[in-house]
Design a protein around this ligand. Structure first.
Ligand code: NAD
Length: 301
């Protein structure tokens, strides 16, 4: 297939591009390189340095005759969304509308990267796709808005665009300043022999999913007839457990520095992935221990 990957020079995008190339697709990356890197784009793919908000995107997608679009380009930093909500909405809402307009022009199908943690907010139990949506930051609201635009276009035009709500994604090439860069932050500091900070008691729980598993789910989602799916592991890992697992992968024995809890940090965010199993026949394959070992190999000095 002829595929466009927005945000393909970023962390998750670069793994999606690799997976598409591996199955023999022609791949075009649209990225401003604001947080992504040119070297993340394999030479077999074509990089178009363009902002998704730019109307030139519509002409580019038409000229390429794209059949599918993986839409990952985003303002993906929760703290930036709090500080600059307008910018967040411009990129995540208006940018997504531009991608929808471009897809509409050529009848291409979109798979959109949404977020679980930032949309569900605090979760007492693993969140299903039907759980209440309680974003605690503008980032979750702008992603939810993107999902709703996809669903509206599906109703209006009969398209089958699908959204995936990712849990905390980790793996090689992760940007430590992103939404869930804690693994990259820990490994970066451990590689330099520096002490890592754990906030509060370290008891906050998250759902960590390996980027290769996320790329596989993204490709499989082109078979969906629209809708929204959680992509995670269903397994809760506390910050302290994660820190210890990172130390084990790095072969380091060191105590973290406990810092005061941060205002607005979620206590618990875990996704129920039953529906992804039923509709995609997908399940995560990499355990946390294996995934961390692969990730450390890319960080090790
Ligand atoms: P990333 O920052 O590594 O990748 C985002 C890419 O988008 C970068 O290459 C950046 O240069 C590009 N970009 C940003 N604004 C752009 C614009 N206006 N036009 C064109 N390109 C632009 O982040 P990531 O972690 O790979 O996240 C990818 C997607 O997955 C995002 O949509 C994010 O919201 C979503 N997501 C990520 C996680 C996670 O744990 N990393 C969790 C949930 C959802």
């Amino acid at each position: 297939m002829r595929m466009v990957v927005t945000g393909g020079a970023g962390f998750i995008g670069s793994h999606v591009v690799e997976a598409l190339l591996e199955r023999g697709d022609e791949v075009h990356v649209v990225d401003t390189l604001v947080s992504g890197k040119r070297e993340n784009v394999p030479v077999e793919a074509t990089l178009h340095e363009l902002d998704i908000r730019d109307e030139a995107l519509v002409a580019l997608v038409a000229e390429l005759g794209a059949e599918g679009i993986v839409h990952l380009a985003a303002q993906a930093d929760v703290r930036v969304s709090v500080a600059r909500p307008q910018l967040d909405a411009e990129v995540n809402v208006l940018g997504t509308l531009r991608v929808l307009e471009a897809a509409q022009g050529v009848g291409a199908k979109i798979v959109f990267a949404s977020t679980g943690g930032a949309i569900y907010g605090e979760c007492d139990a693993p969140a299903t796709e039907e759980s209440p949506r309680r974003p605690l930051a503008p980032y979750g609201t702008s992603k939810l808005c993107g999902e709703e635009y996809l669903a509206t276009y599906n109703r209006l035009y009969g398209s089958t665009h699908a959204a995936l709500r990712f849990a905390n994604v980790y793996g090689p090439r992760q940007n430590p300043h992103g939404e869930a860069g804690v693994v990259a932050i820990f490994f970066g500091l451990l590689a330099e022999g520096k002490q890592c900070k754990v906030f509060g008691t370290g008891g906050q729980q998250r759902d960590y999913v390996y980027v290769g598993d996320v790329a596989r789910a993204t490709l499989a989602a082109f078979g969906l007839d629209g809708g929204v799916l959680n992509i995670g592991t269903g397994r809760a890992t506390s910050d302290l457990e994660l820190y210890r697992a990172c130390c084990a992968a790095a072969g380091v024995e060191a105590e973290p520095l406990f810092a005061p809890a941060r205002l607005g940090d979620l206590q618990r965010s875990v996704l129920d992935i039953t529906l992804a199993g039923e509709l995609l026949g997908w399940a995560p394959e990499r355990s946390l221990e294996q995934g961390l070992a692969d990730t450390w190999a890319s960080f090790a000095p």
